[in-house]
Design a protein around this ligand. Structure first.
Ligand code: PLP
Length: 484
């Protein structure tokens, strides 16, 4: 049976408010859109909207099938005049309000405005499905919800294999992973660590947590990543390590950095928070330095809600990270603490999500590349747009497909373009403000490449839920903005 269009289903799903819950459920079934419209018995005027969820909750609280539906609490009930402008209706929608009945002058429902999640195109959005639900439910049903449990070890093993590294140690988030990586290398007060200024603040903050000093350097114009020549110039006798960040999914120039690090006896800590699966000379990032870290925040390539991972090929560093992650407890004697440690463990619940996400990571990466190829094909040749880096030695995973605007050539500034796209429900994000300009650092340095990229760069919708026709819509919207 095919159902009539939404508008024509209004009579099928409308029932007088003095009817029973049973009648309301029948109306919901008839309409097959998850809710019924309640009306005044005398004149058919709209009273409220009841969803199947509202009814389930009311039944659990003790109402019966024959109770009047008027007794069901209806938190998401709102309506608007049929003459309300579409932008005003769009502003009414929220996570909890997905339907707005539209009323005529007599107060009767004549149409329905339904939130279409596809209208807004997000920068990032996780895909969480049946496997994620199954594994998380398994934790809930078995009671293994803290950091002990099979999913943590399984997730670590899968991730180590994915990075072609000997060890992976799961943590509560990417920032704690960075902190542990620095501590395992015994970096502390009096030491300096070289960090790109153009990155998320956590990269530098983790250095400060240890008491060491982050030394901020400029980016390369070709890769947007830490500039090896600037690293060389920033080395002092206090320098202990370099943290290259594989920004937005494109690897840093690891060969050049390795050479510098080896010459000066420095460690490399890869910040691969944004680059799961990216490759440098066909080797996966994360295991290329002494130690590396990843983030699994909700907007990352795979997510565990909050979560992180430390990756290393060195047995000694992996062991130190495990001890420091768990309050510094000795592996051979419980509740015995020789060093100051932390509670930076990942829960089994988070790892359950992680395992399910790892089972689909190849398809997520393929989707990212498909989206990027569609953007690059659509945007290539538009004057004033610089496409994301793609060096011959690198495999970019395009965590966020980001572009740089040359306002003079493009015809409008980055901020104007972002505003224009926002008006047509296309979400964007500016590139990170450089750390040397952030109030808590404010070093007074001039780092022109990072500043130019940050001022003129934006990330376009890169969620794996995007369709190719969405990318085409975005490209057209960008072209339109450039001609304004
Ligand atoms: C480059 C970089 N480093 C570190 C982090 C910190 O990760 P988390 O948010 O999981 O603490 C992030 C992310 O959010 C990041 O983008």
């Amino acid at each position: 049976m095919t159902l009539p269009p939404l508008k024509d289903r209004i009579p099928m799903i409308s029932i007088p408010v003095n009817e029973s819950i049973r009648q309301a459920m029948r109306a919901i079934d008839r309409g097959a859109i998850g809710f019924a419209l309640l009306t005044e018995p005398e004149n058919g005027r709209f009273v409220g909207l009841v969803t199947d969820g509202d009814i389930r909750r009311a039944l659990l609280k003790g109402l019966g099938m024959e109770s009047p539906v008027s007794e069901v609490p209806r938190p998401g009930s709102q309506s608007a005049s049929v003459h309300t402008p579409p932008e005003e209706i769009a502003a009414m929608f929220s996570e909890f309000l997905r339907v707005v009945p539209l009323l005529d002058a007599a107060g009767k429902v004549v149409d329905l405005a339904i939130f279409d999640p596809r209208v807004r195109l997000p920068v990032a959005e996780p895909i969480l499905g049946e496997k994620e639900l199954q594994y998380v439910s398994e934790c809930v049903l078995t009671g293994w919800v803290s950091s002990a449990g099979k999913f943590v070890t399984r997730f670590e093993a899968m991730f180590a294999e994915f990075c072609e590294a000997r060890h992976a140690v799961a943590t509560s988030n990417g920032t704690t992973a960075l902190h542990l990586a620095l501590l395992a290398l015994e970096i502390g007060p009096g030491d300096e660590v070289i960090v790109p200024s153009l990155t998320f603040i956590a990269t530098a903050n983790a250095v400060l947590y240890t008491g060491a000093q982050p030394v901020l350097v400029d980016s390369e114009p070709d890769t947007w990543n830490i500039d090896p020549a600037k690293v060389k110039a920033a080395i002092t006798p206090q320098t202990k390590a370099i943290i290259p960040v594989h920004l937005y999914g494109h690897p840093a120039d690891m060969g050049a950095l390795r050479e510098i690090a080896d010459r000066h006896g420095l460690a490399i800590i890869e910040d691969a928070a944004e680059a799961h699966g990216a490759r440098y000379n066909d080797r996966p990032v994360g295991g290329l330095g002494e130690i590396g870290i990843f983030s699994f925040y909700g907007n990352k390539i795979i997510t565990t809600g909050e979560g992180g991972m430390v990756v290393t090929n060195r047995d000694d560093l992996a062991e130190k990270v495990r001890i420091l992650r768990d309050h510094g407890m000795s592996p051979d004697k419980r509740y015995w603490h020789r060093v100051l440690g932390y509670n930076y463990r990942m829960t089994n619940l988070q790892a359950a999500l992680g395992v399910a996400q790892m089972e689909r990571i190849e398809s997520l990466l393929a989707k990212k590349k498909e989206i990027a190829a569609a953007y690059s094909a659509g945007l290539a040749g538009i004057p004033g747009i610089e496409l994301p880096p793609q060096m011959s030695w690198a495999e970019n995973v395009y965590w966020l497909y980001s572009i740089i605007i040359d306002p003079q050539v493009f015809g409008c500034s980055r901020d104007d373009l972002m505003n224009h796209l926002k008006q047509v429900d296309i979400e964007t994000r500016p590139l990170f403000p450089p750390i040397h300009q952030q109030p808590i650092y404010n070093t007074g340095q001039s780092l022109p490449v990072a500043e130019r990229l940050s001022e003129n760069g934006l990330s376009l919708p890169s969620a794996v839920t995007l369709k190719l026709e969405d990318v085409a819509r975005i490209v057209e919207a960008i072209k339109k903005a450039s001609c304004q």
